[in-house]
Design a protein around this ligand. Sequence first.
Ligand code: IPE
Ligand code: IPE
Ligand code: MG
Length: 253
Amino acid sequence: MSSTPAIDSNAHQKPGLRIPRHLGIIMDGNGRWARARGKPRTEGHVAGAKALRRLVELCIRYGVEHLTAFSFSSENWTRPRDEVNFILGLIRRFVASDLEKLVRNNVHVRIIGERDGLDPAMQRLIADVEAKTARNTGLELIIAFNYGGKAEITQMTRRIARAVQAGELEPGDITEETVERALYTSGIPDPDVIIRTSGEQRFSNFLLWQSAYSELIFIDEYWPDFDEEIFLRALEEYTRRERRFGGIEARIT
Ligand code: IPE
Ligand code: IPE
Ligand code: MG
């Protein structure tokens, strides 16, 4: 048994702050953060992993139910091999060495993205972490790894086409729910808000279907600098947004 206590929820300490049920985060700017300090890009990734640990704790404390973190995109394989290997090592370590702490904090981990083609050790690690945290009822931490929204939509299409081919489904019976069930994110509510750091204002292939009505918040700070103050600033901005979902009045979510 470890002596570190589990993190308490303090959601009640910020009256009036609207807490998203599902927060998506595009963690960008590790390389630029390092360059600005005259350090190699790898140090930016190390600092970025620490920032993700901070965000997980913040989500637990403030009562966010689902956090989807974009850790590695299907396009990030195009980076130099050394950098790819370094990032993969960090993700592996994040998942493996933080497991005990995640379990203690009742975190349920789910990994979304393409698993075919990943090295078998990584596939085993993913399955292991998901199994060991499956019964946890606290924060659901969704790690988008080898994830691309277009790839997800493509594999969803294949799954549905196979069901039609097998005679299990009529094309006319395909609904939005059919699509949602065939995505990696099946069963997870759509993100209420997506935050991207580092000043870039694009999705870079993150949650294309699921972001249809997400509030988008772009912040200038690089990901390794992400802290509670930035988190609260983003949630204050989210609290001010009127979500209309196509109607004429703000809908309370
Ligand atoms: C985000 O930081 C981490 C990953 C995409 C894996 P970057 O590595 O993209 O940092 P910049 O955008 O080059 O500064
Ligand atoms: C998006 O960042 C992917 C992740 C944060 C994992 P990138 O740095 O890969 O995005 P682009 O290349 O600037 O669009
Ligand atoms: Mg980047």
